[in-house]
Structure formats: structure tokens, C-alpha cells
Design a binder for this molecule. Structure first.
Ligand code: F6P
Length: 537
């Protein structure tokens, strides 16, 4: 029975309930219950969360909350916040919430209050950010820094680039920001091709400071700099590091006085509000960065204290379980109707899929149910002119998260009205569709009717807010972080390790020397041998 999930009373009740409600349409649910929109809505934390267009009844939610209680979600939330080592495969606490804990609060790890450490790093980041932003920090030849290049990958890239794009409106426009992640040399080459080394600062962001992509790009960056400045001492003025690994930072040649630290209890994909956010702070300034942290913290408090029935991340997580495990909908689209959030779906891919893409329980048993969904998306309305066809009429049902704001940061007459009308319309079309009769009544010729039918009954959530601010971004990110944890608890898996990324990395390290030495004998399968031979030429 593995970890008992599928044999539990709550799960059995959900299975029975599923059989009873699975064919009820959203049209029926809405027509039978005029108060549905109000009942399945939460307005808290400045977020209007409408989940009424989901294939749920009140009983569904009661049973999902019962499942959460049976799985001990309340205790598991408390365990995370208290610094218990819930990442059991790595024997680590999981305390991204401590990164945004207000000064003066207490979060203990191994008998030590980590909050003062967090604020010490934030203050060091603030001093550094101010000196760059004011032009006081000079490059090796005495020129102020104009370009910031963040070198990192995974959580050390996706958070920084997403937050930079999301908060560009608030950014210091005299500084140019670039992000290099891919080991593909084209990434680095394009990022620096129009930059002057004398005015460029590299932030090497890597929790471990051993990641192949990041260290390769960092070495290339050092060479690029020294080719022009021709003095090793220049490195100290043009490189800073964000890492947990002081030894490797020093070995690379970066002055550890210019290192911004964090801790093993911050997972890579949960690190954008740690020193990994240095590029974000450089862009938006320390005050805005603190507002971002405050947004995270507000959502942490909501997750920790709101009853499940009013708890946005808990409800999001449970709806995901309902679709993945009962309906078998394995994919989740995230569709921001806010162009500044264009990298948000990519950011969420790592957060959700590296966390919950797991096949064994905490005890190491193979799960006998489905876990994490595939997350993907693009900003609206661009997606409407591409993959929405499939969302509306494809054979796979894809629950959608729509994210929108009432007020645009750049007011241009009618743009926002058109944008938001589209967002609202998409949810309506997905839920209620258009029947064959409705199509016929429009005078469509018979042969075309089936092509123009929208079956509807396709679920979506709307997250509606006033305006994209640093605080709102913090809330949004924390909301998804906690939805991920909610699901991890239900499934009894570890959302905080990522062992599935290892095997490919190890095999690549074996293949590298085989590509470099054409005479080395190959002992892979025939397909792999032939691919290596093709590259060897
Ligand atoms: O690919 C796995 C991973 O460990 C991610 O979890 C992490 O965000 C990324 O690599 C980068 O790691 P680091 O910050 O140590 O360079």
C-alpha cells in the first residue's frame, strides 16, 4: 500500500465522489448555483482568486480538505517553518521562508537563529547595490559599472532573469542587465558582444560553485575581461560571487569580501529572495527588494495561518491533485496577461517540476499514483494565437492559471481593456464552450458544425490583482512555492531534492573526454557510440 495514500479513507471517498461528479459540466454547476462564483473565490493578500470555473462541487473541496488533514498538512507546514529537516534525503532544513522573515524574528536551525545572518547578507547586498547604482564602485580602469552580467543556471538564473523582467518597470535604466546560463558558447558570446569589459560586472551565481555550465561561463568571462584589461587584479573589481561555497569562490580568484553568502537550507529553485537576487536588487534597488521580500513574507503568513478553506496555496495544490490523480490531466498552463511576467512560466517550470517530478515516496517506495504536472505557458495574448487552439479543442484537457492586473504599469489607451477582456473571455470560453446547437443557430453549414463546436468544461483559475509591484511578485512566487509543498505533502514525496538531474550530468562527464580524444575506445550502446562518432567527424 506504499505510503497509504491511495488506501486512505479520504482518498477512497474522493474516488467515489469522482465517479459521481466527473461528468457534471460547468454549465450545469453554474446554472444550478447562482452563488458559485462567490463561494469559490478568495480575496486576500490583494489577490482575487477565482476558482469557481473548476470541476468541483462544495463536497469536492470538503473531501480534498479532509485529504489534506489526513495527510497531516498542518503539521507539515509547521515543520517546514520551524526549520525541521524535512528534506530528509539531503538531511537539510527547508527555510526559504527565513529569507524573508522580518528583522528581529527568530528561526532556529541547529540551535542557531538564522534571521540575523539573513539580514547581515541583505545589508551587505544593499551597500554593494547602492555603490554600483550610484556609480561609486569603479571598474579596474576607474570607470563606473554600466553592465551587469549574471552567470548562473537553474535556480541561479531563472529566478534572477524572471524577477528582472517582471520588475523592469522599477529598474535603474542606466544599468544594462544580461543573463548567461547555457553552456552553449553562443549564450555568452551574444550577451557580451556589445559590452565594454571596463564597464562590466559579472555576478557568478552558484550555490555549489561547481556547476559545469556556470564555472565554464565564469572562466570564459574572466578570460574575456583579462584579454582586454591584462591584469589579474582586475578580477576583483569586475567579479563578485553569490554562493554557499567560500572555498571554491576563493579558488576561482574572487575576493571573498565580494562574496554574498547563503545557506544549505535554501534550495536553488527557492533562492531568488536570497543573495541569488543580487542582480534583482541591483536593478530595482534595495528598497524595492525589501518590498519584494515583504510580499513573500505576507504570503508565507497566509499559508501558515489561513484555514485550509481560505488558504490560496492549499487550494491551488489540492486542485492540482484532483486533476492529476483523479481526472488524469497531467499538464498545467500558466498564462500571465502581463507582459512583464513573460519569464514566469519558465521560472515555474523549475519550481514545480524539479520539486514534484518524483517517482518515490519519502520512504523510497514507488508511488502508485501520479505526481507533478507538466507546467508551461506564455504570456497572453500571444498564446492565444498559437497553442490555445489545443487548449480549447484538443483531446487533452489542460487546466489553466490566468494571471492579470487591473492597472497597467504603462497606460496606453485601451490596451489594458483589450488585454483583460481577452483574459476573462478565455476562461469563459473554456468553461462554457459553444454547443452544436448554438453553432447551428448561427447559420453555420452542417458540415462545419463539428469543427466549430467548443465542448467547454475546461477548468481554469484566475489570479487578479491591482498592479504588478515588487510585493505582488513576491506574493505570486510564494503562492506557487507553497502550492508545490502542499502537493508534495499529499503525495508524500520530497519536493526539495533533485536527484533526477544527476545521471545525465555524470554521463556527460564521461562523454566529454571521448569527444576530445578521437582514439578513445567507446563502450556505450550502439546508438550512443554512433552519435559520438558523428560528432568526432
Ligand atoms: O540542475 C540542478 C541544479 O542543482 C538546480 O537545482 C540548481 O538550481 C542548479 O542546478 C544550479 O546549481 P548551482 O546554483 O549550484 O550552480
Amino acid at each position: 500500500m506504499k505510503n497509504g495514500l491511495t488506501g486512505s479513507a479520504a482518498w477512497k471517498s474522493l474516488e467515489n465522489h469522482f465517479r459521481a461528479v466527473k461528468d457534471i459540466s460547468l454549465r450545469t454547476l453554474f446554472s444550478e448555483d447562482p452563488s458559485r462564483a462567490e463561494r469559490f473565490r478568495i480575496q486576500d493578500e490583494g489577490i482575487y482568486f477565482d476558482y469557481s470555473k473548476h470541476r468541483i462541487t462544495s463536497e469536492t473541496m470538503v473531501l480534498l480538505f479532509a485529504l489534506a488533514r489526513e495527510r497531516g498538512l498542518g503539521k507539515r507546514i509547521a515543520a517546514m517553518f520551524s526549520g525541521e529537516k524535512i528534506n530528509i534525503t539531503e538531511n537539510r532544513a527547508v527555510l526559504h521562508t527565513a529569507l524573508r522573515a522580518p528583522k528581529g524574528s527568530t528561526v532556529m536551525v541547529d540551535g542557531h537563529n538564522v534571521v540575523p545572518d539573513v539580514h547581515q547578507v541583505l545589508e551587505k547586498m544593499s551597500r554593494f547595490a547602492n555603490s554600483i547604482r550610484r556609480g561609486e564602485w569603479k571598474g579596474f580602469t576607474g570607470k563606473p559599472i554600466k553592465n551587469i552580467v549574471n552567470i548562473g543556471i537553474g535556480g541561479s538564473d531563472l529566478g534572477p532573469v524572471m524577477a528582472y523582467e517582471a520588475l523592469k518597470f522599477y529598474s535603474h535604466r542606466d544599468l544594462a542587465f544580461r543573463f548567461v546560463s547555457n553552456i552553449d558558447g553562443n549564450d555568452f558570446s551574444e550577451a557580451v558582444q556589445d559590452l565594454s569589459p571596463e564597464e562590466t560586472l559579472f555576478i557568478v551565481s552558484s550555490k555549489t560553485f561547481t556547476t559545469l555550465e556556470t564555472m565554464t561561463n565564469a572562466r570564459t568571462a574572466r578570460k574575456w575581461l583579462l584579454d582586454k584589461l591584462a591584469d589579474d587584479k582586475a578580477v576583483a573589481r569586475h567579479f563578485v560571487a553569490v554562493s554557499t561555497n567560500e572555498k571554491e569562490v576563493a579558488a576561482f580568484g574572487i575576493d571573498t569580501a565580494n562574496m554574498f553568502g547563503f545557506w544549505d537550507w535554501v534550495g536553488g529553485r527557492y533562492s531568488l529572495d536570497s543573495a541569488i537576487g543580487l542582480s534583482t536588487m541591483l536593478a530595482i534597488g534595495p528598497d524595492n527588494f525589501y518590498l519584494l521580500l515583504d510580499g513573500f513574507h505576507q504570503m508565507d503568513e497566509h499559508f501558515r495561518s489561513a484555514p485550509f478553506e481560505r488558504n490560496i496555496p492549499v487550494i491551488m495544490g489540492l486542485l492540482g491533485v484532483w486533476y492529476i490523480d483523479f481526472f488524469g490531466f497531467s499538464s498545467q498552463a500558466v498564462l500571465p496577461y502581463e507582459n512583464y511576467l513573460k519569464r514566469f512560466p519558465a521560472y515555474l517550470q523549475q519550481l514545480t517540476m524539479e520539486s514534484n517530478g518524483k517517482q518515490v515516496t519519502l520512504d523510497g517506495d514507488r508511488v502508485d499514483y501520479n505526481t507533478g504536472a507538466i507546467y508551461w505557458g506564455e504570456p497572453g495574448t500571444n498564446g492565444q494565437h498559437s497553442f490555445y487552439q489545443m487548449i480549447h479543442q484538443g483531446t487533452s484537457i489542460i487546466p489553466c492559471d490566468f494571471i492579470g492586473f487591473r492597472t497597467s504599469l504603462n497606460h496606453l489607451a485601451l490596451h489594458q481593456d483589450y488585454l483583460i477582456a481577452n483574459m476573462i473571455a478565455q476562461g469563459e470560453a473554456l468553461a462554457f464552450g459553444k454547443s452544436a446547437n448554438e453553432v447551428k443557430n448561427e447559420g453555420v453549414p452542417g458540415s462545419l458544425v463539428p469543427h466549430k463546436v467548443f465542448e467547454g468544461n475546461r477548468p481554469s483559475s484566475v489570479f487578479f490583482m491591482e498592479k504588478l509591484t515588487p510585493g505582488k511578485l513576491g506574493k505570486l512566487v510564494a503562492m506557487y512555492e507553497h502550492a508545490v509543498y502542499t502537493q508534495g505533502v499529499i503525495w508524500g514525496i520530497n519536493p526539495f531534492d533533485q536527484m533526477g538531474v544527476e545521471l545525465g550530468k555524470v554521463l556527460a562527464m564521461k562523454i566529454i573526454p571521448e569527444l576530445l580524444d578521437r582514439d578513445r575506445p567507446l563502450q556505450h550502446d550502439t546508438s550512443t557510440n554512433e552519435l559520438i562518432n558523428f560528432y568526432r567527424g
